[in-house]
Design a protein around this ligand. Sequence first.
Ligand code: FES
Length: 149
Amino acid sequence: MTDEANLTIGKVAKRCGVKVSTLHFYEEKELIRSWRNQGNQRRFKKDVLRRVSVIKAAQKVGISLADIKKALSTLPNNRTPDKKDWEALSTTWRDELTAKINYLEKLRNSLNGCIGCGCLSMNNCPIYNENDKLASEGCGAVLLDKQRV
Ligand code: FES
């Protein structure tokens, strides 16, 4: 194998601009894979560089590692995304991002009424209980009961 097909974790970290511990974490989460050489040291194939770039780019726009893992696992043989794959993944994530932005804008607009208030009223606070939705689910600490399920 050439050196390029045999990257050390330090080299991958340097080329990707991440910490070694980040790569350990990604590997633990099964987002990237390494193999061991005869000295039991981690080695990575060159395509890990692109894979880490995709992970970092997706994280930057707020995609969770679980969703990134799910998306990467849809690729045949769990391969590293090529240009076309990246276009498809980023299109899906763009839609998710738009939904998140819309939700956050709505939340920000609701927050205007809460600034300086601090009541977190079960009846009136648009952040805590918009339109008193919890009333339809029963009385008392309905959220606490839900968390036990
Ligand atoms: S904190 Fe009082 S209305 Fe939201």
